[in-house]
Design a protein around this ligand. Structure first.
Ligand code: NDP
Length: 299
């Protein structure tokens, strides 16, 4: 049965809408980048309509080819796909913002992206101009803490609020305070690392806990006859979060779409809330000398 993710969208504060389940495309290892093309095609075939990528991932060309081939073979139209790209930290100077988006568009061979994010905290001004020029439908931020969101929202002359804040969010870092703040301000929280990330080998040591092995999560998974991964994804969806999930394995890409097909009872949601331990898999320590480093604040 072909799953239809089209109905499962959330409205953004600028009137556009975002599919609640997104396909992540980041691969840590160079030789895996090539797999992002085939995996993105499979993801579109099984019903993913939201694709998350970035200049930094160095695979926008492959992901763009996959999207265009699925448009050419009639599986989808351009307007069915919600594509997110991100501005990397080496292009924060205002005069570099639009050229950076245009370079992503050239690699993708697309006319526009649906959402353009600031990958790590800086100002939004030059991003607003990209929206005005029609190169992106929506603009948002990533890895902003509450104080940084507040600074943007209180900025005199702010033309467009960010539509979302994409942050690490999973059972061990459930971001409940940041989520409340985002909801209060009509900003959607987009979760990355919802399965406990790829436990980035360059950033974390091998002793970090494996989220999908958590005994409480596994017990709930057995009750629902679903995998721990599906429970971890479903948990986020029921909190009103848009959730990303990366897989370059056909069977798991198919499985992950099933997160849209079932409900967790509220007592199980509460038990899952209790697993939070404010643990970051991706502390981004290499950026911690930067004045805008976001992760010193509580949230
Ligand atoms: P995820 O939490 O999505 O975990 C991905 C890992 O889980 C992969 O190793 C994958 O392996 C495995 N996996 C996928 N599905 C299943 C399943 N059903 N059962 C068991 N294992 C599974 O991690 P990511 O860190 O990739 O985050 C998702 C996306 O979020 C990224 O790809 C990227 O698009 C975005 N992101 C954004 C960041 C930002 O700063 N804005 C930072 C990090 C990520 P396999 O491929 O073999 O299935």
């Amino acid at each position: 049965m072909r799953m239809n993710s089209k109905a499962q969208k959330m409205e953004l504060n600028d009137g556009h809408s975002i599919p609640v389940l997104g396909f992540g495309t980041y691969a840590t290892e160079e030789h895996l980048k090539i797999k992002s093309m085939d995996s993105t095609k499979v993801a579109i075939d099984v019903g993913f309509r939201h694709i998350d990528c970035s200049h930094f991932y160095q695979n926008e060309e492959e992901v763009g080819k996959a999207i265009r081939s699925k448009i050419e073979d009639g599986t989808v139209k351009r307007e069915d796909i919600f594509y997110t790209s991100k501005l990397w930290s080496t292009s924060h100077r205002p005069e570099l913002v639009r050229p950076s988006l245009e370079s992503s568009l050239r690699k993708l061979n697309l006319d526009y992206v649906d959402l353009y994010l600031i990958h790590f905290p800086v100002s939004l001004k030059a991003m607003e101009k990209c929206k005005d020029a029609g190169l992106t439908k929506s603009i948002g931020v990533s890895n902003f803490n509450r104080r940084q969101l507040e600074m943007i929202l209180n900025k005199p002359g702010l033309k467009y609020k960010p539509v979302c804040n994409q942050v690490e969010c999973h059972l061990y870092l459930n971001q409940s305070k940041l989520l409340d703040y985002c909801k209060m301000n009509d900003i959607i929280l987009v979760a990355y690392g919802a399965l406990g990330t790829q436990r980035y080998k360059t950033c974390v040591n091998e002793d970090t806990p494996v989220l999908l092995d958590d005994p409480v999560l596994c017990a709930i998974a057995r009750k629902y006859k679903r995998t721990p991964a599906l429970i971890a994804l479903r948990y986020q969806l029921q909190r009103g979060i848009v959730v990303l999930v990366k897989s370059f394995n056909e069977e798991r890409i198919r499985e992950n779409m099933q997160a849209l097909d079932f409900q967790l009872a509220s007592d199980h949601m509460k038990i899952l809330d209790g697993l939070n331990r404010n643990f970051r898999y991706f502390p981004a320590d290499m950026f911690n000398a930067h004045p805008s480093f976001p992760f010193f604040d509580e949230y």
